[in-house]
Design a protein around this ligand. Structure first.
Ligand SMILES: *[C@@H]1O[C@H](CO)[C@@H](O)[C@H](O)[C@H]1NC(C)=O
Length: 224
């Protein structure tokens, strides 16, 4: 049922990743160089984020429909906000804080870093495929296991290591050692980076726990 949505989200993710890579490759001076995609692609991200929250709500509503809530109501919206609070906050943070920063407040600086953030979407198609496989009851297939490893690797590289990489790129550009970079940029940049990486770390721990369950299972308790 929600396969279409997963396809849309994967296509968006691949476009974001490709745009991000193009931006990163075209900005040699990571502070001052400009590349138009870093500005224009945000206009794809905004409607997509809104659509994503809406579909998450529909998914939630669909799952809970046969238990208590029969129709869309304030109560069903509230129970959605309670259950998916972190994800909704993450999306709202991007829409309300990061978009104005990326489009207006950062001035002429930092297209490179906007590109880096786009690349974080690389893991999304694998996460989507994993969800589709679960829906098709294919969790015990080799494809699902290989996909699980790809999720772990892409998530770690593009959503966790991305942050030290950005600080490293900045440090190299201005010619300071890496550990000095956080003290060299404005405080709000550190705050923005910290509030982006915090939910990623949390989700990464969840993914690792899932992986331990998936790969740690011996063949004997497969049937449970
Ligand atoms: C994150 O840190 C980098 C590295 O120094 C910085 O240039 C960038 O502006 C920060 N990102 C945000 C969204 O503030």
């Amino acid at each position: 049922l929600f396969v279409n949505f997963r396809v849309v989200s994967s296509v968006q993710a691949m476009m974001a990743t490709v745009s991000g890579i193009i931006v990163v490759l075209n900005c040699k001076d990571v502070v001052h160089d400009r590349y138009w995609l870093a500005v224009e692609y945000v206009w794809v991200v905004v409607p997509y984020m809104i659509y994503d929250v809406y579909v998450m709500y529909l998914c939630h509503w669909h799952k809970s429909k046969d238990t208590s809530e029969k129709k869309h109501s304030l109560a069903s919206v509230r129970s959605f906000l309670e259950k998916d609070r972190l994800m909704v906050t993450h999306h709202l943070f991007i829409l309300i804080v990061l978009t104005p920063v990326a489009q207006y407040l950062r001035g002429e600086l930092g297209d490179f870093f906007v590109g880096c953030i786009f690349v974080a979407e690389l893991s999304t198609p694998f996460v989507s495929l994993g969800k589709i496989l679960m829906q098709l009851k294919m969790q015990d297939t080799l494809l699902h296991k290989v996909n699980g490893i790809l999720i772990l690797v892409t998530f770690f590289l593009c959503r966790i290591l991305l942050f030290p990489f950005m600080y490293g790129a900045y440090a190299r550009q201005v010619g300071i050692p890496l550990y000095m970079a956080p003290f060299h940029i404005p405080v709000h940049c550190n705050v923005a980076n910290a509030s982006l990486i915090a939910p990623q770390l949390y989700w990464f721990v969840l993914i690792c726990k899932k992986a331990v369950r998936l790969y740690g299972r011996s063949p004997a308790d497969k049937n449970r």
